[in-house]
Structures are given as structure tokens and as C-alpha cells.
Design a protein around this ligand. Sequence first.
Ligand code: HXC
Length: 262
Amino acid sequence: MSYECILTDVRGDAALKTGVITLNRPKQLNALNDQLMDELGQALLAFDADPTIGCIILTGSEKAFAAGADIAAMAKLTHMQAHTRQYISRNWEVIRQVRKPVIAAVAGFALGGGCEVAMMCDILLAADTAKFGQPEIKLGIIPGAGGTQRLPRAIGKAKAMELLLTGRMMGAEEAERAGLVSRIVPAATLMDEALAVAEQINGMSQPSVALLKECVNEAFESGLSSGVQAERRVFHSLFGTEDQQEGMDAFLNKRKAVFTHR
Ligand code: HXC
């Protein structure tokens, strides 16, 4: 498949490899237009369907993960066009359909829709150069891909309100303190770190990985008791797998587990 706004690559030499998707509209700081979002959706679904791929890494350039939705493409939209064409929402949620872990490796600007896409990922690794923000308020709009929902869940109401209402950017350290990112790494080693995390996950039992991801997402998308029930059902069901037998036997016999489903 050839794409114009993204690059794709497969990394690693273990049985399960890592799919890497790089946002690639450098002149526009990876502003997210319809074509880019269509291509991103296709690439994500292709890696998700590929049995040789474990994790997926989504990244941008040194200067920008993505500076938001493409303002030039949105500037002249009327309400009816936005509404009837479902502009922006039509192709923005594909990332949520992916069952494999998606790691955002963010350097530079992750603003507006760029921050929202990063927040849709499962793990968010930040370079020390990363800058996050939802500046839509300065354009006379509000976030349209989950920013008003995911940012408060990630960093709490007061900080989210401040960032959303003022459009202020926060750097990597503030983002880590606030709980938006899992870790900060030097910009020069961002991809190596992301690949190392992916490789670790690729070595785990993949049914556990996919179901674990589902359960953690339940924590954000449902109430506590239904989330705990869903977790319990998954926990019980994993006792039906060879990998559970192997993992526990390996621990008890002080050896490394060799999972079948990797
Ligand atoms: C279109 C963009 C863009 C964007 C940057 N560019 N961001 N084009 N859409 N979101 C373009 C600039 O117009 C410029 O093009 C080139 O990229 C380089 O940007 P500069 O502004 O010259 O760079 P710099 O001075 O370094 O400033 C970087 C920046 C700034 C702070 C990131 O570009 C900026 O504020 N961008 C807009 C950020 C934003 O408001 N994002 C939210 C968008 S709304 P030329 O041709 O002049 O070189 C949104 C809604 C989401 O995301 C809804 C989701 C459903």
C-alpha cells in the first residue's frame, strides 16, 4: 500500500514485529487533514489484521507529532458542511478499533487534534521536546476528537480546564507530572525507547495483551462495577489458554516462559 501523508515500516527481528506509522506532512507540521486521517486509519487496520505484528508505534517528526487538524482545510466550512459530512469525526476514531497496543511516540508539538490522537493511543511516550495543548479555543472552536473528555480523565479537571480554556501549552515535564505521559526520554532515543517497550509487549502472551488493553479501556469508558466485572470475566477466561499454564509453570520451575500465542 502506498501512502502520501504517512510512512509505514515494520521493525524487529523476533517472531512478532512492530508496525511503525510516521505522520509525514512536514511542511504543515503534520496537520491532520482528511487524506492523512484516511491513510492513518487504513494503516492501523492493516497492522491490526497482520498476524506478524504485535504492537504499533505512531510517531511524527522531531518538530511535530501533529500541530492539530488542518486549519486551512477547515477554515471555510459551514455548520451544515461540518455536520452533514461528519467532517473531522468521520475518520478520527479508527484508532479506537485497534485491538493491538498502540504506542504514541511524541516529539515536538502535539496540539489540538494531535494531542487528541496521542491521547487515543494506549501508551504515550514523550521526548523531552514534546509540547502538548488544546489551543482550539484560540480559533473560536473547541476540541472535536475527544479532547474535552480524555484530557480531564488523564490529568484531572482543574488542569484540563485551565489548558482547554486558555489554550496554554505544557511541556513534557509538566505533562509527565500531570499523568498525561508514561515517561519522558531524550528526543534522540525516542524511537529506540518506543521500540524497546513494543518488543517487551510483543514477547507476552498476545491474548492477555489484547484483553488487558480492553479491560484498561473499560476503566475509562464505563463505571467501576461494570469495569471490575468485565475484568473478572477476562481473568477467568484466560485460564482456558495454554499460555496461562505455561506462564505459571515457568514461574514455579524458575525458567523463562515460552508462550505459544506470541
Ligand atoms: C494547518 C498548520 C497547522 C495546522 C501549523 N501549520 N499548524 N497548517 N493546520 N494545524 C503550518 C503553518 O501554517 C505554517 O505553514 C507551517 O505549518 C509551519 O508553522 P509555523 O506556525 O510557521 O511554525 P511555528 O512558528 O514553529 O509555530 C508552530 C505552532 C503553530 C505553534 C505549532 O504552527 C501553531 O500554533 N499551529 C496551530 C496549532 C493549532 O491551533 N492547532 C489546533 C488546530 S484545530 P506556512 O505555509 O506558513 O509555512 C484542531 C481541531 C481538532 O486540531 C478537531 C479534531 C476532530
